[in-house]
Design a protein around this ligand. Structure first.
Ligand SMILES: Cc1cc2nc3c(=O)[nH]c(=O)nc-3n(C[C@H](O)[C@H](O)[C@H](O)COP(=O)(O)OP(=O)(O)OC[C@H]3O[C@@H](n4cnc5c(N)ncnc54)[C@H](O)[C@@H]3O)c2cc1C
Length: 527
């Protein structure tokens, strides 16, 4: 995947693309893969980096959604479980089975959640991971040695999937690129173009080269998450807002707070929320919240009350109470929830995906979740074919392998998430052993990975590497700031940048990462 080549292909296109996609998160990337796999010509434009927004800030679960089961939304759970199974097969290098234990502190919770999880197993059917079962108090403590033991009666264990969200995003971008799609990051859609009142393309601003150009397309898909109303307004000034924003935050703790392999799932906190504490990349991710916000931005910040909520519950369910000094990173993401009508509150909003076609033919895809990105893509490309009069071709992503696909064991654990690319990164180290050095003692990431990110994964900035190609920012924000100069050196050499660029990159990254350090509270929800 090469940015210069993609840009040249966009600028020299002599006929309209069949499908233009605005937004490079889960929704847009999935749509690009689907359309390109059907044989349509595709161009995708992302204003920042792939998965810069919500798609790098999830709880990292490939799941049916136990919470939706509680709400009785069986069709949503069923679809998500089906997609969980497909994604596990199509990206085995990124998705693995994760055990979750629901600790029970009342006599009725065991049978209650036990039956609920059996229904979950049944819905998953043949695509199920492992059957759920009841655990005695002793077995619960064996699985979660640090779970709060006072009044603990037992537990229920079940399985869901876990993944690396932004790495899947990069792999989807590579998959689409290999299928012939033009994939461009740092290209913002600034205008919807029309001919005879029908959408005919987009105007795009490339922030790297500071150039603006028009791209013609037979269909245009707006997959911009919490930003979809901005694009809808470009199409029709008078259109009503369809999105309500709900923020969710996570705290990252050292592994010692959850030393085993199982995660903790609290189906209902005192105020009715679902809470997870999940082992992830030798750390523990605890979250999340569901806080309605009026505004939105590319860099949302956790509110003090959200941090307090997660901390209080971490203390309640773990034997050792984490203190502020234990928090390695705090990250926030924004759910784009579709309003039924003006004034709905976020709890009552749809968690399902929606496709809306405007009078001029702009197709908006929003809502849903990472787990169901493939089905969302299938539905939106079916719609695009109808709206734009494209040849109707069958979706072929159900069993399609995603870039990096392999079942083979990767000998170097830190390279597991690269799948088949791991070998190529090892070859870089063979040809230059200095690339085997780590970028920082706190991270397993080796210098060769950064070279790979620049050459093959369209990483353009220090943030692209530390936040999304590796997960250093989420795993240890303070240490990631220390790693920034090494990453800037490697990127500058690959991208042909000078010392000024390096200094500016380190400054910008430091500013950003300070917002992920726990001691830097926000009051507005925005950076
Ligand atoms: C706290 C939290 C936890 C979650 N946990 C899970 C989970 O565990 N499992 C799960 O399945 N789902 C989870 N989700 C849901 C999932 O993360 C989202 O459904 C998904 O990431 C949304 O992807 P998207 O592509 O629609 O939006 P986004 O990822 O926000 O992508 C939209 C993109 O559009 C770009 N854009 C905006 N304007 C423009 C423009 N003018 N031009 C070009 N580009 C533009 C943005 O920069 C952005 O990258 C979670 C969500 C949240 C908030």
């Amino acid at each position: 995947m090469n940015r210069t080549t993609s840009l040249d292909r966009t600028l020299s296109a002599d006929k309209p693309f069949d499908v233009i996609i605005i937004g490079g998160g889960a929704s847009g990337l999935g749509a690009a893969v689907d359309a390109a796999a059907r044989g349509h010509s595709v161009a995708l434009f992302e204003q920042a980096d792939f998965a810069k927004a919500t798609s790098s800030r999830s709880t990292k679960l490939v799941h049916g959604g136990v919470r939706y089961l509680q709400q009785g939304n069986i069709s949503l759970v069923l679809e998500a479980l089906r997609e969980r199974g497909r994604l596990s097969k199509n990206a085995p290098h990124l998705v693995h089975s994760q055990a979750f234990v629901i600790p029970n502190y009342s006599w009725w919770e065991g049978p209650f959640y036990g039956i609920g999880m059996k229904v979950y197993d049944q819905l998953a059917g043949k695509l199920g991971l492992s059957p759920s079962r009841h655990l005695s108090r002793k077995q619960t403590i064996e699985k979660i040695p640090t779970v709060e033991q006072e009044k603990l009666a037992g537990g229920v264990i079940y399985h869901d999937g876990q993944f690396d969200d932004s790495r899947l995003a990069v792999n989807l971008a590579q998959t689409a690129d290999e299928l012939g799609a033009v994939m461009l990051n740092y290209c913002k859609c600034t205008k919807i173009l029309k001919k005879d009142d029908v959408v005919s393309g987009v105007e795009v601003h490339d922030s790297e080269n500071d150039q603006t150009f028009a791209v013609r397309g037979r269909s245009v898909i707006n997959a911009t998450g919490v930003f979809v109303d901005e694009i809808r307004k470009m199409d029709d000034q008078g259109t009503r807002k369809i999105i309500a924003v709900s923020q969710g935050i996570h705290l990252v703790l050292p592994k010692r707070f959850l030393p085993g392999e199982a995660a903790i799932m609290i189906p209902k906190t005192a105020d009715g929320r679902v809470l997870f504490a999940v082992p992830w990349k030798d750390h523990v991710v605890v979250g999340t919240t569901d806080t309605p916000l009026k505004g939105y931005s590319l860099e949302p910040r956790a509110l003090k009350e959200e941090r307090d909520f997660v901390m209080t519950h971490a203390c309640k369910y773990l034997t050792e109470d984490p203190t502020e000094a234990d928090i390695l990173s705090v990250f926030a993401g924004l759910r784009p929830l579709v309003k039924a009508k003006e004034g709905s509150d976020t709890a009552a909003l749809s968690r399902d995906h929606s496709i809306i076609v405007s009078g001029s033919g702009l197709i908006t895809l929003t809502g849903g979740k990472w787990t169901t990105y493939r089905k969302m893509a299938e539905d939106v490309i079916d719609q695009a074919e109808t709206v734009a009069g494209l040849d109707h071709k069958r979706c072929c992503t159900e069993d399609m392998q995603i870039h990096g696909w392999t079942h083979a064991e990767i000998p170097q654990r830190n390279l597991e998430a690269y799948g088949t690319d791991a070998l190529k990164i090892q070859n870089l180290i063979k040809s230059d052993p200095s690339l085997g050095e780590r970028i920082h003692p706190a991270f397993s990431c080796q210098k060769a990975e950064v070279v790979w990110h620049a050459r093959e994964e369209m990483a353009r900035t220090v943030e692209d590497v530390l936040a999304r190609r590796t997960r250093a920012l989420l795993l240890n924000a303070a240490a990631s700031i220390e790693a920034a100069p090494a990453v800037a050196d490697l990127l500058a050499a690959e991208l042909g940048r000078d010392d000024n660029w390096k200094e500016e990159q380190i400054r910008a990254y430091t500013r950003l990462a300070k917002g992920y350090v726990f001691s830097d509270p926000a009051s507005t929800g925005h950076a």
